[in-house]
Design a protein around this ligand. Structure first.
Ligand SMILES: Cc1ncc(COP(=O)(O)O)c(C=O)c1O
Length: 265
């Protein structure tokens, strides 16, 4: 399926109860138990799961070609879950020019919590090799970076990091559709869906997509489930609503600046 077609269909299903082709927003916070006390329809509490939340995860998971996805109330909430899934004493690498909220999160919260971190210029592969330690568990790539739009060679960093027994995360917030990190061997993709997925400056959201269903991802799922930093049904619906137009908007976002770049007055 072409990405434009996938963006139209991913996460969108016909509502089985009513036949509505656009999913209703399920505001219920609790779901009915069966007489046996089980939840055979799959939903229990909206903090844990809800049809809109599930559609949001399925839509972006399919668009990125991953195995599983976990949605959060913001990109920062999703970032937090990635670091929380590690253990105190673990070491991470990140680009020096990553989004300031991400670097602040590491410096203000996770260093105090016992994580060790080095911020390096990830476009310099020798710097990546040099910064690796025995306890390095994860390399955080944000490419293109916010706000300097610096580029990291995802495949080259992934190879170095994998050879050292660690995994790599690509914050793909600024290049959805245009960049396919799983094809370049990234293990996890993170999006602040507050940006291009939402597209209209009126909804916060974040998501982690994993290439494989790993134990580390299950810890992130547990942080989502137990911690409760999930998006509202309305927010999930808004983000999914923007997806069919995402490939076309990304094309416009790319073409317009290119016209400016080529302009000679
Ligand atoms: C690259 C990147 N990652 C993460 C975030 C955080 O996302 P949110 O604003 O949804 O918390 C941002 C926000 O600007 C960002 O630019």
């Amino acid at each position: 399926m072409k990405i434009e077609t996938l963006a139209v269909h991913a996460g969108h299903t016909v509502d089985s109860a009513t036949g509505a082709v656009s999913s209703p927003i399920y505001l219920s916070t609790t779901f009915e138990r069966d007489i046996e006390g089980t939840y055979s329809r799959g939903f229990k509490h909206a903090r844990n799961d809800n049809p809109n939340h599930q559609a949001f995860e399925q839509g972006i998971r399919a668009l990125e070609g991953g195995a599983r996805a976990a949605a959060f109330a913001s990109g920062t909430g999703a970032t937090m879950a990635v670091f929380q899934a590690l253990a105190p004493g673990d070491h991470i690498l990140a680009n020096v020019d990553a989004y300031y909220g991400t670097t602040r999160l590491v410096r203000e919260i996770f260093l105090r919590w016992g994580l060790q971190a080095d911020f390096i210029d990830m476009s310099d592969l020798s710097a990546v090799k040099k910064a690796l330690r025995g306890k390095t568990k994860l390399a955080w790539m944000e490419t293109p970076s916010n706000p300097l739009l610096k580029i990291v060679d995802i495949a080259a960093v992934a190879q170095i990091v994998h050879d050292a027994g660690a995994i790599c995360v690509c914050d793909n917030t600024w290049a959805p559709v245009l960049q396919r990190p799983f094809e370049l061997e990234a293990d996890l993709i993170l999006h602040s869906t507050t940006k291009y997925f939402g597209g209209h400056c009126d909804v916060l959201g974040g998501i982690i997509v994993t290439k494989n269903d790993t134990e580390l991802f299950q810890r992130m799922r547990s942080i989502q489930y137990e911690g409760g930093a999930v998006p509202s049904p309305f927010d999930c619906c808004l983000i999914l609503r923007g997806m069919p137009t995402l490939p076309w908007r990304m094309r416009a976002h790319s073409e317009t600046p290119l016209t400016f770049a080529h302009f000679q007055g």
